[in-house]
Write a protein that binds this ligand. Structure first.
Ligand SMILES: Nc1ncnc2c1ncn2[C@@H]1O[C@H](COP(=O)(O)OP(=O)(O)OP(=O)(O)O)[C@@H](O)[C@H]1O
Ligand SMILES: [Mg+2]
Length: 325
């Protein structure tokens, strides 16, 4: 009836005093990857749990694949797949045995379970590893097997909660390829992530969530356009030179330069890109300022995030982070 695979309006979920979701809205178009992006504790997993009927909502309403989650949860469950951060794979069994086991759990019957396992191993590029114990799989292979397991019944909507957290870049790329293949096959994917790059690469639409509410909803480019155009960025070698770099950059920029005293970084919006770059590089050299790095860059989703929420993502903070909440 609608073009939306997921539609949520005014979702509320409270845990004691804590409002995990506080009027959360979401609309996911059929046949797309939709990114749900937000910092730790924003409410991403809570939203996924409600939409996949694992948790009851306290207010608002949601339909998944056209079915109301509150009144017809069993029908919703028949139409979805869910992959969490922690896969329920059996280490001792082979990849194929795991998939056959899931198939039987879903009442496929031995023969159909075997056929489906073969198809999925092929689709997720695991045929060669099918006979190996999962204990020997790499992180990327495990996540792919986990994805395959959630696809046993060919769900209309697949929820992926941080599917690549903890993977190295290669494993991440492999999972991305699998997700793209799924969507090409007609599945709608709602993907939560703390990696902006991941949302940027995979999602055609992104909802940014913070403190239980959607604070932005747009295409990746649309989000980036909100922060403005190109910026010039200079990293100096010494803290004492930051103020000098600010002055030099200010001469060519369209707005106030911003500086970061810790990273020794100065950046500002520019329109005449190449002229600005040349001018700044030359002036800094003339003034004897040692430059570590200089360049032009387009706004990243990270900039968007900072602008919208007032803080960087946890992924971006990871380098400096000492404690986890
Ligand atoms: N079962 C629970 N009991 C109490 N509080 C909870 C429970 N589940 C979530 N919360 C709280 O609700 C808020 C939202 O949590 P949620 O797990 O949905 O965030 P998230 O966006 O998935 O975060 P992360 O990026 O860390 O996975 C947090 O403040 C969290 O502490
Ligand atoms: Mg979570």
């Amino acid at each position: 009836m609608s073009d939306y695979a997921v539609r949520a309006e005014g979702l509320e979920k409270r845990y004691g005093e804590k409002r995990a979701l506080d009027g959360f809205d979401l609309a996911v178009r059929e046949g797309t990857v939709h990114g749900l992006l937000g910092p730790n504790g924003a409410g991403k997993t809570t939203a996924v749990r409600i939409l996949s009927t694992l948790v009851k909502l306290d207010g608002g309403s949601a339909r998944v694949a056209g079915v109301d989650v509150a009144s017809r949860p069993a029908e919703v469950r028949a139409r979805i797949g869910l992959t969490g951060q922690y896969a329920a794979l059996d280490e001792v069994l082979t990849g194929r045995q795991n998939l056959e086991m899931f198939g039987r759990l879903f009442h496929l019957g031995g023969r159909r379970a075997r056929l489906r396992a073969t198809e999925l191993l092929e689709q997720f590029d695991l045929t060669d590893a099918a006979g190996k114990g999962v204990g020997q799989y790499s992180g990327g292979m495990r996540r792919r097997l986990d994805l395959a397991a959630s696809m046993i019944l060919t769900p209309a909507v697949l929820f992926l909660d941080e599917p690549t957290t903890g993977l190295d870049p290669r494993g991440r790329g492999e999972v991305w390829d699998s997700v793209r293949a799924l969507v090409a096959g007609g599945t709608t994917v709602l993907l939560t992530t703390q990696y902006l790059e991941e949302a940027d690469k995979l999602a055609s639409h992104i909802t940014v969530i913070d403190q239980g509410r959607a604070i932005a909803d747009d295409t990746p480019d649309g989000l980036k356009n909100r922060v403005g155009g190109d910026r010039i960025e200079v990293v100096v070698a010494e803290r004492a030179d930051v103020a000098r770099a600010v002055k030099v950059v200010a001469r060519v920029s369209d707005g106030e330069p911003e500086s970061d005293e810790t990273e020794l970084r100065v950046h500002a919006p520019v329109t005449d890109r190449v002229a600005a770059l040349t001018e700044v590089a030359r002036t800094l050299q003339d003034e004897g300022v040692r430059v570590e790095d200089i360049g032009l860059r387009r706004p990243s989703l990270d900039d968007v995030f900072l602008r919208l929420t007032g803080h960087r993502t946890d992924a971006a903070d990871d380098d400096t982070k000492e404690v986890a909440a």
